[in-house]
Design a protein around this ligand. Sequence first.
Ligand code: NAD
Length: 396
Amino acid sequence: MIIQPKTRGFICTTAHPEGCAKQIQEQIDYVKAQKKLTGPVNVLVIGASTGYGLASRIAAAFGAGANTIGVFFDKAAEGIRTASAGWYNSAAFEQAAAEQGLKSHSIVGDAFSDAIKTTTIDLIKAEYGTVDLVVYSVASPRRTHPVTGETFSSVIKPVGTAYTNKTMNFHTGEVSTVTIEPATDEEVRQTIAVMGGEDWGMWIDQLQAAGVLADGATTVAYSYIGPKITHPIYRDGTIGQAKNDLEQTAIALNQKLAVLGGRAFVSVNKALVTQSSSAIPVVPLYISALYRVMKDKELHENCIQQMYRLFAEHLYNGGKAAADGSHLIRIDNWEMREDVQIEVMRRWNELETDNVPELADLEGYRKDFFHLFGFQTEGVDYEADTDPSVEIPNQV
Ligand code: NAD
């Protein structure tokens, strides 16, 4: 069939297998062109099919020659419905890893469930012995608690008072003003239950109890802080409350892993276009302005550059993981540089529909959005008949 993008707001309901495969190859090529990483060896990535988790998996496999297990929640193609982008990404990853002689497995299912945790532990025991790096990169709108059965939904809202700021429809480039009412206490509780640290903690507890964490094992989860203008909707909002909880979990996990000489971190990453970030009001306009400024200053990075830098400068290659005594790694340091933020804010104050193409990188934002689903990728013939059914090799 001919596969074209079908968008509904910030969602694209189709994905292109060849475009996704090409995006994967570009990330692999980037990593292979960098200095080799001194670790990790056996890696578990939870949330491994798109965004930061996928880039972590690629950096580990192709930068260090690591064996990888990826856990993710994606759908295969069915009838005329294409698979999700993460499915095609993972199929392409598995194929490239096999060609490189790297061991890897993909587990498709709900990472929040006990069943998937057990499947993962059994696989580690049977095939890998132990893992020495666990990356937690799940971003989800919902979670069903494995013990109570309660299903939680996360919301992106301010806490305490309503928040008004500029936002943008990135399809049309239209800038408007949005007001978001504050979350209820119940919405805060549910968002923390989905995006906070409880599930990360459960994973590490169960892996440790099963004896499948190597001595000196490292675990890392991802967070975001960002500039003051987005604080009410992000860092001080519902999602920020969940990130505070995630960061507290890192402190607790550090103590638990001490018996293994292990360590737990939260890496604070740069704002980038991913399926998750495009859903947040205000943020796409901020990201567009940020891209323009960082590209002009030759500081721009995508997920793969960020994850390679996390591994090369912080977690491996003799890197000093975090500032002394801190559980936070700051690879958002270029985004947060004073000169970058001053310039972004100067543009932010002037931004309106007419000047978006000039003051912000709307084109770059859109391109990255379509790339997420394998579209607008150079060298792919989008008019060609394409088979949407793709198997993931080594799927468990
Ligand atoms: P993403 O949407 O690209 O990836 C999310 C991953 O989670 C996918 O692999 C998906 O399959 C998986 N997933 C979702 N629900 C699952 C479930 N129930 N079971 C198993 N897998 C599931 O998201 P992302 O933007 O890469 O975000 C990853 C992390 O990075 C999040 O913690 C996010 O807050 C953080 N972060 C993102 C940004 C950004 O700008 N995008 C910046 C800093 C930090």
